[in-house]
Design a protein around this ligand. Structure first.
Ligand code: PLP
Length: 393
């Protein structure tokens, strides 16, 4: 494994690498240098929404590349405008700001809420966020992240963040007051073990936010773009956020992030208040346009619903067959978690031995984030392989 060795020699050691040298990807599969095939249930941690090597994405990238790669945000580009238009036409939002990642999109959203708060009074700077929530690794996004693992060793975080337990309505009512500028949360916690927000919690957020003029800030970096069955996961709750962030799958595999804002706050940030050199890069936007066009094709959502139902049936069958390993199934659509407690790492290792790639989150949850293009045959292969994997635990 020369590449692995070179990686250790030259790349800062921040990631627990999987001991594989991938040569290429196609659809739901990755292939190593020896030509071994692996079923990919990572999909780049919810990035490769249409799997590997989707022709529409490749064509869009090629076409944009032939025109120009980058112009800077002093110029408008058709790729950026048409991605923004698609997002606006299919969401609650009236305007889009483009960044390069989820953390950066969240930084923009925090700044939006801070500036909005300053329009009321100087002390309106507080964020309310949720235990185990994850919003990114920059100082701001890390500060609203609710898991000490990601931040405790970096000293003092951003002041003025209150963390409350997920779905604790009383704690929410206690925490939100006239000094709160924003309430930030995920609909399903991606890094926090696939825990899902309740209807009651959302209703209380809506009430408290309106009462105290705090913005509702929904982080859909992981849950967005049809991952949970709707284009955006908050839609299932009938919620209208003030702002929402996207990233991960938005660039069809290329880095991009976005903050979508409601009309009522579209004028809060003025020219020069925020920005980014690369944000909304034309090639990433072109790839995003191609990806989003596929998601919005007629019948895609219905087919996805049917497939995720089929996958869930398979998982329920696995839970019946392996009740001592799988304790609970969490999540929605194709963002699913198997709660396996202390077995999580072992399940992941055995899956790799069986050429199935899956990931662990929140220490005890096996996370399933397959590309949305997965077929019934691939679901069957996944369930059969998992059955073998779990039989050895
Ligand atoms: C919900 C959520 N928000 C924000 C982020 C950070 O995104 P990025 O790694 O692109 O900065 C992530 C990444 O996993 C995420 O899951």
């Amino acid at each position: 494994m020369t590449l692995m060795r070179e990686d250790q020699n030259y790349v800062l050691n921040l990631y627990k690498r999987i001991p594989l040298e991938i040569a290429r990807g196609e659809g739901m599969y990755l292939y190593d240098r020896e030509g071994n095939r692996y079923l990919d249930f990572y999909s780049g941690i919810a990035v490769n929404t249409l799997g590997h090597g989707h022709p529409a994405i490749a064509d869009a990238i090629r076409e944009q590349m032939d025109a120009f790669l980058h112009l800077s945000n002093y110029f408008t580009t058709s790729a950026q405008v048409s991605l923004a238009k698609k997002l606006v036409e299919n969401s609650f939002a009236s305007k889009v700001y483009f960044a390069n990642s989820g953390a950066e999109a969240n930084e923009a959203m925090l700044k939006l809420a801070r500036k909005y708060g300053q329009g009321f009074h100087g002390e309106k700077t507080r964020f309310v966020s949720v235990d185990r929530g994850f919003h990114g690794r920059t100082m701001g996004s890390m500060s609203v992240t609710g898991n000490g693992k990601y931040k405790d060793q970096f000293g003092k975080s951003l002041q003025d963040v209150v963390h409350i337990p997920l779905n604790d309505v009383d704690a929410l009512r206690e925490a939100v007051d006239e000094n709160t500028c924003g309430i930030i949360f995920e609909i399903i916690q991606g890094e926090g073990g696939l825990r899902q927000v309740t209807e009651e919690f959302i209703a209380a957020i809506r009430e408290e936010a309106r009462k105290h003029h705090a913005l509702i800030l929904v982080d859909e970096v992981q849950t967005g773009l049809m991952r949970t069955g709707n284009l955006f996961s908050h839609e299932a709750y009938g919620l209208t956020p003030d702002a929402m962030t996207l990233a991960k799958g938005l660039g069809g595999g290329l880095p991009i992030g976005a903050m979508l804002v409601h009309e009522s706050v579209e004028d809060v940030l003025k020219p020069g208040d925020h920005g980014s050199t690369f944000g909304g890069n034309p090639v990433a936007c072109a790839a995003g346009n191609a990806m989003l066009s596929v998601l919005l094709e007629e019948g895609f959502k219905e087919e996805l619903k049917e497939k995720s139902g089929y996958l869930l049936e398979g998982l329920e069958m696995l839970m019946d067959r392996h009740p001592l390993v799988i304790r609970e199934i969490r999540g929605e659509g194709l963002m699913l978690g198997l709660v396996v407690g202390a077995h999580a790492e072992r399940v992941k290792e055995r899956a790799l031995e069986h050429h199935l790639l899956l990931n662990v989150t929140g220490n005890e949850v096996v996370r399933l984030l397959p590309a949305l293009i997965l077929s019934r045959e691939e679901i069957d292969l996944f369930i059969e392989t998992m059955d073998d994997v779990l039989s050895g635990i």
